[in-house]
Design a protein around this ligand. Structure first.
Ligand code: TRP
Length: 332
């Protein structure tokens, strides 16, 4: 509990351009929770270096993501929005939790297996212990809830196991966090192969709407989106392309699939696609504008970054001091 509110933690990696899927599936949910909880939203740059990064690009991407958080509506006055690398407690707690996690547990992580296949030339120890750093992120702030995508549920389970194990040895220390999986239907699929998740690394450029896409690009990609020969805007698994477009439309406009089906009952795919494009543009354009203007106000943004890092550090220290005392480190 902080200021009478439950604590929420989440983070995103600053690697490259985010997609519409990242916004509708994650960021938009965060914004809707950001009043109700005391929130820590981190740009998790320590996680990013598990894969080799170009330093300048990493710095730039991280700053863009920070500005995007604020532009999307996360509140830097009320909540803590910060770079993970600005709070040394993440790395410190991570080391401690390393000593409370078994190799066998890490060996079971499916994301490690996937990532090692993709980065076979650089399977570093950080990639292996990545889930421990994630546990440290969450436990450092005594988080109650953690909004995550389905691909992160195994990591969250591990964070819970570590917390329970530590509490069992030293007495109540960490809040055991719960996953917040968000609304169904926010999993956004590729516009070209609707059986696959929309991904920034997709080689087909028309498959993915990037958060940086301008309106012409969005219209073009929507025009080329895969549909079917049914000719009816219906929400059913037999029409995966149209179903995905309905999901996007509904997530962007906050309506239910049944309502969308009604609205487009007598419309062709061409009209429907244009309506989806417009819905996306009206969501993304204002965010892009705010993000650009924030990035231009260098001093203001720097000050926001400093203030938020300081707040996050204060909260992190409370947990860290208690943990260090419990394990037997000398007082400072
Ligand atoms: N691993 C998460 C992802 O790639 C990002 C992340 C890092 C995170 N630390 C976290 C998410 C803590 C939730 C809580 O999506």
């Amino acid at each position: 509990m902080l200021e009478g509110k439950k604590v929420l933690f989440s983070g995103m990696q600053a690697t490259g351009t985010l997609t519409l899927g990242n916004y509708l599936g994650a960021l938009k949910n965060w914004v809707s929770l950001n009043e109700q909880y005391f929130c820590f939203f981190s740009v998790v740059d320590l996680h990013s270096i598990t894969i080799r990064q170009d330093p300048e690009t990493l710095r730039e991407n991280a700053r863009n993501l920070f500005a995007l958080y604020v532009a999307a509506g996360l509140n830097p006055e009320q909540n803590c929005i910060y770079y993970q690398s600005h709070v040394s407690g993440h790395a410190q707690l991570s080391w401690i939790l390393n000593c409370f996690t078994y190799m066998g547990e890490l060996n079971r992580m499916t994301q490690f297996k996937d990532k090692s296949k993709k980065n076979s030339e650089n399977i570093n120890a950080g990639l292996f212990t990545y889930p421990i750093l994630m546990a440290a992120d969450i436990l450092l702030y005594q988080s109650d809830v953690v909004p995550i995508g389905l691909d992160q549920t195994q990591h969250l389970e591990l964070a819970r196991d570590i917390a329970i194990r530590f509490n069992g040895i030293y007495g109540d220390t960490f809040t055991v966090p719960e996953a917040y999986l968000g609304k169904i239907g926010t999993k956004i699929m590729s516009l070209q192969e609707p059986s696959k998740k929309m991904s920034k690394s997709d080689t087909q450029t028309n498959a993915t709407i990037l958060l940086t896409d301008d309106s012409d690009t969005i219209v073009r990609k929507l025009k080329r989106a895969v549909t079917d020969l049914e000719g009816k805007v219906a929400y059913r698994k037999e029409q995966p392309g149209i179903k995905n477009l309905i999901d996007i439309y509904c997530a962007a406009t906050d309506i239910l699939p049944e309502q969308a089906e009604k609205t487009f009952a007598n419309k062709g795919y061409g009209d429907f696609k244009m309506a989806v494009a417009e819905a996306i543009i009206s969501v993304l354009e204002p965010i892009q504008k705010r993000q650009q203007s924030l990035l231009k106000e260098k001093e203001y943004l720097d000050q926001m970054i400093r203030k938020n890092a300081q707040k996050a550090n204060e909260h992190a220290q409370k947990t860290l001091v208690e943990v260090e005392k419990k394990i037997g480190f000398p007082a400072k």
